[in-house]
Design a protein around this ligand. Structure first.
Ligand SMILES: [Mg+2]
Length: 364
């Protein structure tokens, strides 16, 4: 079997949030073959990612055997090393890599989890991310095994630490009251806090006797000294990694003890090839992996096959153009016995974005 085309587009969805995901958004990648099979994957990087897919990566893949995924991954990474390594180039590679795994499963006539050694878990517990406590009240009875409060917009970052921290702690206390004492509670600061703010929140959480499963990305991702200090002194586990790339990047996080919970996003971190390596590396070091948006079909097969204690985060519901996504029922998600990743896509009905970015650059 040989690769005959590598295509990419940015699907339009009415429900997508007005943020970076749409300006540098999720891209759909299709890998076609001379056997008539097409594999699908999702990556990132918006139009810039599409450009990388349709130029340097497509040139490299045409005529190649799609089953040689590890070799092709290495060649894609090496050929973009000078301008890639992290960020949107690796997001673009992620989409192709997922499409190659989907294709491999379809060609072998098995679900991808069988290619990874078989599903240890078919039915997995999930948690949901919400942006405020009103939203939390609406889903609290839906059976989720955990709830994550996204705290990015819950307090004014410009006020003093003494004013800031109690606002956040009060919000977390309210979340705990809503969900009760038993269910896991997480908080996500989306890289918005500084060290004094983070320390004050952790201290406030401790004083109020709140139990938290983890605190996610409190500091900017490149504040390595800050994360090392937090992991050392925080009684709350420190989570992160949705903005990290490749197993090499995650190995660095582990060796420098910057996070206690790793959250790779399979559509961004280098694809399934890298997620598998991250699971293997983390297992060697005894570190927990809890993939970002893990209940999406792209991560689900790796979680089913490789995760000793899966907890799948709710998916991006606005990506409603991905068919075949298993539903979350009573807080659980079940990976289905379908070929490849189990995606169903109707290309003819897909509406895609067009771009003016290649228009004449000269002033009118
Ligand atoms: Mg997060």
């Amino acid at each position: 079997m040989k690769i005959t085309d590598v295509r990419a587009c940015q699907p339009v969805t009415a429900k997508s949030p007005d943020d970076w995901r749409t300006t540098v958004g999720q891209i759909l990648v299709a890998v076609d073959t001379d056997a008539g099979l097409t594999g699908y994957g999702v990556g990132g990087g918006g139009f810039a990612g599409i450009h990388v897919v349709r130029t340097v990566l497509r040139d490299l893949l045409l005529g190649r055997n799609p089953a040689e995924i590890a070799t092709l991954w290495r060649e894609m990474y090496d050929s973009t090393l000078a301008f890639g390594q992290k960020g949107l180039v690796v997001m673009a590679i992620s989409g192709i890599d997922l499409a190659l795994w989907d294709l491999h499963g379809k060609a072998e006539g098995v679900p991808v989890y069988d290619l990874l050694g078989g599903a240890e878990h078919r039915r997995m517990p999930t948690y949901i991310t919400v942006w405020d406590n009103n939203a939390l009240r609406q889903v609290v009875d839906d059976g989720y095994r955990g709830f994550k409060l996204h705290m990015e917009c819950l307090a004014d970052l410009s006020v003093s630490v003494d004013e800031f921290a109690p606002v956040i702690v009060d919000q977390l206390k309210t979340s705990r009251e809503i969900i009760g004492p038993e269910t896991a509670l997480m908080g996500d600061a989306w890289m918005k806090w500084d060290m004094p703010q983070t320390q004050a929140v952790i201290e406030g959480v401790g004083k109020s006797g709140l139990v938290m499963e983890w605190l996610e990305e409190p500091l900017p991702v490149d504040d390595e000294a800050g994360y090392a200090q937090l992991v050392e002194e925080s009684p709350i586990p420190i989570a992160g990694g949705e903005h990290e790339y490749t197993v090499a990047g995650f190995q660095h996080l582990v060796e420098k003890k910057l996070h206690t919970v790793l959250q790779p996003d399979v559509c961004w971190c280098g694809g399934l090839t890298e997620l598998v390596r991250i699971y293997e590396m983390a297992a060697e070091h005894g570190v927990r992996v809890c993939p970002h948006r893990g209940s999406e079909i792209w991560s689900l097969h790796a979680m089913a096959a490789l995760d000793p204690e899966p907890l799948a985060e709710s998916g991006r519901h606005w990506m409603d153009w991905v068919g075949g996504q298993p539903p979350i029922v009573d807080g659980f998600i079940e990976v289905e016995d379908r070929l490849g990743l189990g995606i169903v896509l109707d290309e003819s009905s897909l509406v895609t974005m067009t771009t003016p970015i290649y228009d004449d650059w000269r002033r009118a």
